[in-house]
Design a binder for this molecule. Structure first.
Ligand code: SIN
Ligand code: CO
Length: 384
């Protein structure tokens, strides 16, 4: 278990004064930090088809970026390249533990754990991200520069590489193992490895309102909701047939407002939209031997812990949990009001023991639900 220490700041002070507002260099945020996965293990993940990876390097002064999977790195030499792998938390439970110290920010804001290996001189170039990130330095050293928010020209240094013009640094530091750099959206930054190094980035999501609306449209279509028509009986005689008068404009706009004002519909949309995983999950193959409800209970009675699959997004809304409603990977699951306590534990915790689940097992609905989830691989027991 990692413990995050922000010297001189409580989490409340960090959230109040830095989160989303200013970058912060946290020296020794993780004391005695060792890489949670090795460079070789990272290369193993980058060889997998379903895991998103990128290679970024510079050749003859030109930037290049390639998408994985990758088998071999021999052609890149010993300098000036880096390998970046997304959603490592979905595939490696030890690496996923690095996310837990950031639970003082709710999990729905989380995106993934990205891990990068860089040869000396390697980096992805100066750029601006639209998400918050905590970059945890692993083995080796990396030199980071972060500029202030502002208007910067951005340009494609390569088809898959958006860079920004040069910036003046407000943070200019070499990071060593256990140092953490927090960067909010909009701050230009660049990291260059001074020696062979690993870094672990806990990234958070932001969503554009345009994306929310697109998601809402998909949600309505998927559930066959919102099919009621705009109606205009008892219309008054129109004198200007080319005009959309204000009454008609409001007729149309109110249709949208009424939909958005429908909280039960919007709760379901938010729960389903926000809980959907962006990256592939390491679910079980269908041909794995399924557990029976009794076997699940026996495992718990033997003291085995139940773990949530890395990257699984599982949430409840404050307004709905008393009704026993939760959302798992884009799906609304309606259980029972009497199960709200155990469902809160299921969503809040990464690991559950028999004691934490026992109230649920008194209810057949829960026993069957959790067994089904385990059989899909969304939760799993410790290995023997
Ligand atoms: C990296 O880890 O190499 C890139 C991280 C970033 O700046 O977004
Ligand atoms: Co970045």
């Amino acid at each position: 278990m990692y413990s995050l220490n922000i010297p001189g700041l409580s989490y409340e002070e960090f959230l109040l004064n830095y989160w989303q507002q200013r970058p912060l260099l946290i020296r020794q945020g993780f004391e005695h930090f060792n890489d949670t996965i090795s460079a070789d293990e990272l290369a193993g993940l980058a060889a997998e088809e379903e895991i998103e990876s990128r290679l970024v390097y510079r050749k003859a002064g030109q930037w290049h970026a390639e998408h994985g999977p990758f088998e071999c790195y021999d052609h890149l030499g010993t300098k000036g390249w880096s390998l970046i792998v997304q959603s490592v938390d979905h595939w490696d439970p030890r690496a996923a533990e690095l996310i837990r110290p950031f639970d003082f920010i709710p999990n729905w804001r989380l995106d993934d754990l990205m891990v990068s290996f860089a040869a000396p001189g390697g980096g992805v170039g100066p750029h601006i991200d639209n998400y918050d990130v905590f970059i945890i330095q692993g083995s080796g050293k990396r030199h980071w520069r972060v500029g202030d928010r502002g208007q910067y020209k951005e340009f494609a240094a390569h088809d898959a590489l958006l860079h920004t013009e040069d910036f003046e640094a407000i943070i200019d530091a070499e990071l060593e193992a256990g140092d953490i750099l927090y960067i909010p959206p909009g701050f230009p930054h660049e990291g260059i490895s001074t020696e062979q190094s690993m870094s672990f980035s806990v990234g958070f999501r932001t969503t554009r309102s345009a994306d929310l609306f697109a998601g809402l449209a998909d949600f309505l279509a998927e559930h066959d909701y919102g099919k009621d028509l705009i109606e205009d009986p008892a219309r008054s005689h129109c004198r200007n047939p080319g005009e959309i008068n204000n009454t008609d404009y409001l007729l149309i706009k109110n249709k949208i407002d009424a939909l958005i004002a429908n909280d039960s519909l919007m709760h379901q949309f938010v729960g389903e939209y926000i809980s959907r995983a962006k990256h592939t999950l390491d679910l079980l193959e269908e041909n794995e031997e399924p557990f029976s409800e009794n076997e699940v209970l026996e495992n718990l009675l033997q003291g085995k812990l139940l773990h949530k699959l890395g990257g699984l997004r599982c949430f409840y809304l404050q307004q709905e949990i008393e009704d026993g409603i939760i959302y798992i990977d884009g799906e609304q699951i309606v259980l029972a009001a009497s199960l709200s306590a155990v469902l809160i534990s299921l969503c809040d915790k990464q690991t559950l023991s028999r004691e934490q689940l026992s109230s649920g097992f008194e209810n057949e609905l829960f026993a069957s639900f959790i067994t089904g989830q385990i059989n899909q691989g969304r939760w799993y027991f410790d290995e023997d």
